[in-house]
Design a protein around this ligand. Sequence first.
Ligand code: HEM
Length: 147
Amino acid sequence: MATQRIPFREPLHQDIDEALVEKLVRTFYARIRADERLGPIFAKIIGDDWEPHLQKMFAFWSSLTMLTGRYKGQPMVAHMKIKTVTPGDFDIWLTLFRDTAFDICPKDVAPIFIDKAERVAESLKLGMFFDPKAVEAPQEPNSPTGD
Ligand code: HEM
């Protein structure tokens, strides 16, 4: 008897599926493209053909919210190359993402996507902007002789 290969899939919520991920991602990046600050940053790197980026992002969100393992990339490496982004740009990104998640997802599901986005954004920001030199060096303990 032939065995059918069932891809591994364990959604974090029963209402999450590939169709929802695709709708959320397409709507979100349409809004990103229309954003006056983020639109040009993306356009410069992605150009006119968004489909490969969108396909990658379906895989990314599928992996994060359904544990499918479809995404194989390295987000940190990709973002470290973008020199025009500021920490404030992440606030714009997250606001657009939160609004889109609430517009597209069932109300119990939106917070799951938003939580993941906030965590990844935090770690990307650490990698991109953390400056160890900006952390104050610990004070030398007082010398026992008082000098
Ligand atoms: C201001 C914030 C951000 C900007 C401007 C930005 C911009 C970009 C751009 C231009 C690319 C394409 C890179 C390339 O093809 O070389 C990219 C890729 C990507 N972004 Fe972002 N991004 C931001 C935040 C985020 C956040 C918060 C997440 C996740 C929650 C994310 C997830 C990804 C992923 C998974 C890729 C694909 C990386 C790969 O495998 O090549 N990004 N981003």
